[in-house]
Design a protein around this ligand. Sequence first.
Ligand SMILES: Nc1ncnc2c1ncn2[C@@H]1O[C@H](COP(=O)(O)OP(=O)(O)OP(=O)(O)O)[C@@H](O)[C@H]1O
Ligand SMILES: [Ca+2]
Length: 943
Amino acid sequence: MSANPFDQPLNDETADQERELLDATAKILSIPTSSLEYCTLSVDETLRKLETNGTTGLPTVAEASRRKLTYGPNEIEIEEDESLWKKFLSSFVEDRLILLLIGSAVVSFFMGNIDDAISITLAIFIVVSVGFIQEYRSEKSLEALNKLVPAECHLIRCGQESHVLASNLVPGDLVHFRIGDRIPADLRIIEAVDLSIDESNLTGECEPVHKSSQAINKESFNDQPNSIIPISDRTSIAYMGTLVKEGHGKGIVVGTGKNTSFGAVFDMMSNIEKPKTPLQLSMDKLGKDLSLFSFGVIGLICFVGILQGRSWLEMFQISVSLAVAAIPEGLPIIVTVTLALGVLRMAKRKAIVRRLPSVETLGSVNVICSDKTGTLTSNHMTASKIWCLGSMDNKSNVLSLDKGKNSNLKNYLTDDVRETLIIGNMCNNASFSAEHGNYLGNPTDIALLEQLPKFNMKDIRHTVKKVQEIPFNSKRKFMATKVVNPDGVYTLYVKGAFEKMLGHCSHYLNEKGKNEKLTATQRETIIEAANALASEGLRTLAFAKQLLPDSPTLLTEDSIDDLIFTGLIGMNDPPRTTVKPAIEQLLQGGVHVIMITGDSENTAVNIARQIGIPVIDPKLSVLSGDRLNEMTEDQLANVIDHVNIFARATPEHKLNIVKALRKRGDVVAMTGDGVNDAPALKLADIGVSMGRMGTDVAKEASDMVLTDDDFSTILTAIEEGKGIFNNIQNFLTFQLSTSIAALSLIALSTAFKLPNPLNAMQILWINILMDGPPAQSLGVEPVDHEVMKRPPRKRSDKILTSSVLKRLVGTATCIILGTVYIFVKEMAEDGVVTARDTTMTFTCFVFFDMFNALACRHNTKSIFEVGFFVNKMFNLAVGLSLLGQMCAIYIPFFQSVFKTESLSLGDLLFLLLISSSVFIFDEIRKYWIRRNDTDDALYYSIV
Ligand SMILES: Nc1ncnc2c1ncn2[C@@H]1O[C@H](COP(=O)(O)OP(=O)(O)OP(=O)(O)O)[C@@H](O)[C@H]1O
Ligand SMILES: [Ca+2]
């Protein structure tokens, strides 16, 4: 186990890619930016130079607006690098098959087949346009994804503190940041408490960098090239986009938007193509395999055709069009568009996917690990009970604070209660925002400040001087502040988890304000009282203090000892209302739900029971951090099956639990909001963070952000994920069956020495239907809510399962038989192939295709059950396709292009009758599957 879970390398592959990138970034970062200048200036010099104030920020709003005009908003824009036209034109030459088609048009032209030349040119234009529009859409929707989570920050301007969008910042602004925040601009740090910042996304250095307000001595970097201080040595600068891993501080904005180091690298990053998702990769591979196969078949057809003495130009045209049609070149694009549209749909349902591959993984999740505070509960703390040893002496005697906002509890203010409240006040970093009319900061801290008025007490932090702070973090589980009173007396105030604190307490404060030695029985009483509070689901904090001789020595974590215990406060943080039903549904769908919390065992068990996480026997189902420390990874993997709750977990424990689960082959989703969740969020197959109350660090580490902070949104996301996967399977069935049918049709007619049933133009039209709108519309089929009742898909499961293949071959056979029947029947009537014959065959194939598309809208459910009107885009696409087909048959211009002629209404009806067979057969198949309810019905293997 590594001491610092943040610096564990998470993935070797990405590490390699990152390294490459970083070499390039290093170059860019050596270009001077404002941070280079300001890191060597003192705090005062910085303030003077930027004409701002270190406590109140910029003096006037007007000044801020003026600067915004000069420097622009604090945003990094991506510039469009190529014009649309250029992109469109280049797509003609990028595809080799299209080039071949153009070649064949040119050849036709010179051979005097002007008709053909025009038709093929037109077809090429349509094929390329449809492809281009789809690709453009996919790009646009991917771009839209990047804008979904805007950055925010704590700004102090004209003495007012507020929470604003980071884009509002201008140079000279004063900002406040704390553990878990993302730095909103390049800042010159003017105040730092135990501050370390993770700059790995800028420098690649995993170890967080310790930062302070100390100016850098320029002289010591004279040996560097151009005497430039390396970016990682500017320790008085906090860079935009980096993450606060420890402590808190204040800084003055010195660079915004493009004038930041992040802005400089971002420009470069935006030109780098995103890695493809596993699904996209496997689609690419499938596409390649199919191409190879099709080329083989087409080559054979062409060869046999020429041997039979057919016109080589005709064979060439047919082959190339067949290649265009049979090769599902649109497949990867449709997959991307489907993923991207799905992701946008999820965004509307409040789940923002930050990494596309997660969508595929969502359907396979079989374990959800969730942190408690802030995820299952809302992290809106209210101090609800207070207990002090002196005034209340046994555990059942507690002072309840939930008596309404205006209640007066002054009469209960014994000395130990007062001191406990004072510690809660002193050992506190929340601040009041006049603009918002409430406190900003850590919810625990806020809850403590909100109690003061009930006792007629005031925030007295301004009356003392804070000299040192050991900030709270999840590993330490306490916070300490050292202050000096006006009379020169130093006092240490400590608050934190009671297990951590009690060991360091030697005395307690009695109700009269006297220190007394703690006896063993009294310790027991404190533990009992703490457990009693926790068993009610309250988050329990202990409070203690110590008078220090006026020693200037710096306090360390280990030197804290010999404290005076004053009391306990139980905080209420009820579960979110939507959590319980969500967990119920998850359990029903075969997903194992585990709570991992930094809170105590009793609190965790109480909350778990409230939200329906099964805790049958607390001895077996609950594991605490201490016991986790003693276990090896294998032991952990063994017990994890029956453990539902991990309590008093550190960030490292959270990470190890996820690791152990993944090692067993589970597909793990981890949900969390805090800095303590970040490493686990990153390691999980899907990290899910809370968008509103969650920290930036957690959001940064996660794959998905829930914008409404609602745990149950995960259900929606999983549902969409499963739905998207089904849709991809469906349009794959559609595309491949059409492709196989077209290919086989030409192959058969060649083999049996029949004339070609479809000409080149017709094949290209079919290609547009198959690769274009109808296929795409299958990708946006609304989710069937029943997917949630099915078990998760296995990670290793292929997208083309054997049942998909069976269905595909069956459908293709049906289409081939029907079309061949029409062709042979029409031909037999007059013995020669006329325009009417091919028109009939062509129309028959197109009708088949449309019925096939209809059947492919669902893999197991009857369309009558799914409903004909739920997928509007599908109806539109099919409607337009049919309209197009009618144009091809009845409009003279297109008749000459497609070499068709008008059909009678009777003909059309007859064709509809024949082609509906593919739909009817598939309905029968669905009925049969559902009646037998075989594994096939699930389409997936059971986990
Ligand atoms: N601001 C704070 N100051 C001092 N102690 C705190 C503070 N916040 C929390 N604690 C104590 O530390 C404990 C653990 O907190 P931690 O952040 O590790 O997890 P958590 O937020 O309680 O739970 P979860 O991991 O479910 O979010 C809390 O139970 C509480 O006793
Ligand atoms: Ca949390």
